[in-house]
Ligand binder design. Structure first.
Ligand code: WT7
Length: 641
């Protein structure tokens, strides 16, 4: 079957965008039904397009799209392209080491490799419905493994390979994975992360894992546990390259992906097969305006939602060529991204503001020595992009000739929600701009009313379901209800604040809850506090974010000790403890030892005040007279580090 790139659901002009937007709000069911029917291979049509109730009562809350439909997402990402595009490159693999030859994996090779991987999983006990944890470097095998899980109906849970043993074991245990896929090590710049060693440590506290399949990537010396661990390459070699796709219900689970929550434990966001497939394909094509033959590169890691939706499922479902990069932007030097763009003649480049900010501070010759003329579209994701970074990206990378899509979305939303469409709708620096057709955002004021004026500022909510919204938090539907549907009746609350201008463009102002975005990574402050509090000398702590030039935000920890004012060794130990338990990205950049923390009369730490102090904004602390201990504010200010 031929894949249409032309579609009346992909806007090619501003007028068409407006028309599609109108259709999608006047009759959302017809809109999604027509798109889904035209653009995908289904084994059976849905009986009911959409059934939903957005309620804060977990027993009453639920969203189902395409109920009764049967499909397999891998047939849409692979099989249906084989006739026309078997020899076209599906994945370009660029290794960490620039001297290692790049791979061009065609759609037919992808089909074979995914089927072999799927059979390898089956031979090691995997079945439909099992949860499989992927703790892997960014090699093609990770993409094969994701798709292989989907092929056999197993649920993948990818855990970013920068996470610690504790984070890995928490995630493996939470979803009771019976299989873990990992590698001996992973290359990151001039370092090797010992993935197998970390896995071994993590699995000491997991009783659910039966098998570990280990990819040999770095030839590192590792221990293999007899009866549990097998080598990927050996198992893969034995497996057949034919594996029929398991027929899935649209609402069957496709994957779980953990994201930080504002209370301690990470949330396992659940995405389902049908709706997720429909929306990532739709948004990929609309936002990036992908054309046949384009080389598309998203620099994210598959360990994050961006990698799931816009390295793997979105591009492959659209029959695109997607580039996977194993390394880091700084190796062998800070020009690596631009070298890769030149080498593979990348046309569409999608990255994070934090990467742009750090690359913008480098010697410009690292940019100018590369031919970037293949670029036609740029994108950003993960956090607000400041004007300076936007202008640098526009001028030095886009040569003022490329639209920049500033894409706002979340792990929970599955796909891009608010953005310009490349070259079709206008981009405005620092604004994500307009919702995609099908997405109905709104702003809510403090008292819970929708702001109906054109211009406004408030909390960003979505008032109608969209196909790729997370359906629940794995094992905790109540928490899903509490987190997203209890703040504003009948609406999905994003946790972000936003402004809207008179033309309806949205500018995201940042999180309004206890989540801090550091270098594009979502960190829950409560989770970090819990770890700091484990240190034997710590009485209590409060963790907040503060603005950071390169990382966007960085972590500031206020720590009160048990009866000692010693700080030298303690601060170092706290940093090590956090890095070891949660991963180096969570490490507090600043630690201030305090003798007290400002509290409400009911004993709640006033993080709002601490956030201002950490940011150096002492003027607008608000009324502190009602605090339990107003005198400590002055002292905390004096001790700021
Ligand atoms: C949070 C979601 C979406 C994939 C990567 C992050 C922030 C994301 C933007 C943007 C301003 C943004 C929000 C959001 N965010 N994109 N273009 N402009 N803020 O996914 O880890 O689930 O984080 O990232 O605060 O809530 P995530």
């Amino acid at each position: 079957m031929l894949l249409r790139q032309m579609s009346n659901f992909i806007a090619s002009s501003e007028a068409q965008y407006e028309d599609l937007y109108k259709q999608s709000t006047e009759d959302p069911k017809k809109f999604w039904s027509d798109f889904a029917e035209q653009e995908f291979v289904w084994h059976k049509q849905w009986d009911n397009l959409l059934d939903y109730k957005l309620s804060s009562d977990a027993n009453d809350l639920g969203v189902k799209w395409f109920e009764g439909a049967k499909l397999n997402i891998t047939e849409n990402c692979i099989d249906r392209h084989l006739a026309a595009k078997g020899e076209q490159t599906a994945i370009i693999f660029e290794a960490n080491d620039p001297k290692e030859e790049a791979l061009h994996i065609t759609y037919s090779e992808l089909a074979k490799n995914v089927n072999k991987t799927a059979n390898m999983l089956k031979a090691n006990g995997a079945k439909k419905g099992d949860r499989i944890c992927l703790y892997m470097p960014m090699t093609p095998e990770l993409a094969y493994a994701v798709l292989a899980c989907a092929r056999i109906g197993a649920v993948h849970s990818v855990v970013f390979a920068g996470f610690s043993a504790k984070s890995l074991s928490d995630r493996v245990m939470d979803s009771k994975c019976n299989l873990v896929l990992t590698a001996d090590g992973g290359y990151r710049g001039n370092k090797i992360t010992s993935l197998k060693e970390i896995t071994d440590e993590a699995l000491m506290s997991c009783d659910c894992v039966e098998k570990v399949i280990v990819l040999n990537r770095t030839n590192s010396k590792i221990a293999m546990e007899y009866g549990r661990d097998v080598w990927w390459q050996e198992e893969f070699a034995k497996a057949s390259d034919v594996c029929p796709a398991e027929i899935m219900d649209a609402e069957d689970m496709l994957f779980i992906l953990y994201t930080s929550g504002s209370t301690g434990k990470p949330k396992g966001m659940v995405h389902t097969c049908g709706g997720y497939m429909v929306y990532v394909n739709y948004s990929f094509r609309n936002v990036f305006q992908y054309e046949e033959g384009d080389i598309y590169w998203c620099t994210a890691d598959i360990g994050w939602i961006t990698g799931h939706s816009y390295i793997v499922y979105g591009p492959l479902s659209a029959g695109a060529t997607t580039l996977m990069f194993e390394g880091v932007p700084s190796y062998p030097d800070m020009g690596r991204f631009w070298e890769v763009v030149e080498k593979h003649k990348v046309n569409i480049f999608y990255t994070a503001p934090t990467a742009i900010r750090s690359l913008a501070t480098c010697d410009m010759r690292l940019v100018t020595k590369h031919d970037l003329s293949s670029l036609k579209t740029l994108g950003t994701v993960g956090e607000p992009i400041n004007l300076e970074a936007w202008e640098w990206y526009d001028e030095h990378i886009g040569k003022k000739n490329c639209p920049i899509v500033d894409t706002w979305w979340q792990t929970e939303t599955g796909g891009i929600m608010i953005t310009s469409l490349a070259g079709v709708t206008k981009d405005i620096p620092t604004y994500a701009t307009l919702p995609l057709p099908g997405i109905q955002p709104c702003l809510m004021d403090e008292s819970g009313n929708e702001i109906t004026s054109a211009e406004g500022e408030g909390r960003l909510c979505i008032k109608y379901p969209w196909p790729s919204m997370a359906r629940t938090i794995y094992g905790d539907h109540q928490r899903y209800a509490d987190t997203y549907f209890s703040s504003f009746a009948g609406k999905y609350f994003t946790g972000d604040g936003a402004k809207r201008n008179a033309e309806g463009n949205y500018r995201i102002t940042g999180r309004v809850d206890d989540i801090v975005i550091v270098s594009g990574h979502n960190l829950g402050t409560a989770e970090i506090e819990n770890i700091i509090n484990e240190h034997e000398l710590v009485a209590e702590s409060a963790v907040v974010g503060y603005p950071h030039d390169v990382k966007g935000n960085s972590i500031y920890a206020f720590v009160t000790l048990k009866g000692t004012s010693e700080s030298g060794a303690v601060t170092r130990e706290i940093r090590e403890l956090v890095a070891k338990t949660l991963g180096p990205i969570c490490k507090p950049e600043k630690i201030q030892i305090t003798t007290g923390l400002p509290k409400t009369r009911s004993g709640k730490i006033m993080r709002r005040i601490l956030r201002k102090i950490a940011a150096g904004d002492f003027e607008n602390l608000g009324d502190i007279s009602t605090l339990l201990n107003p005198e400590c504010v002055e002292e905390v200010i004096k001790g700021r580090v």
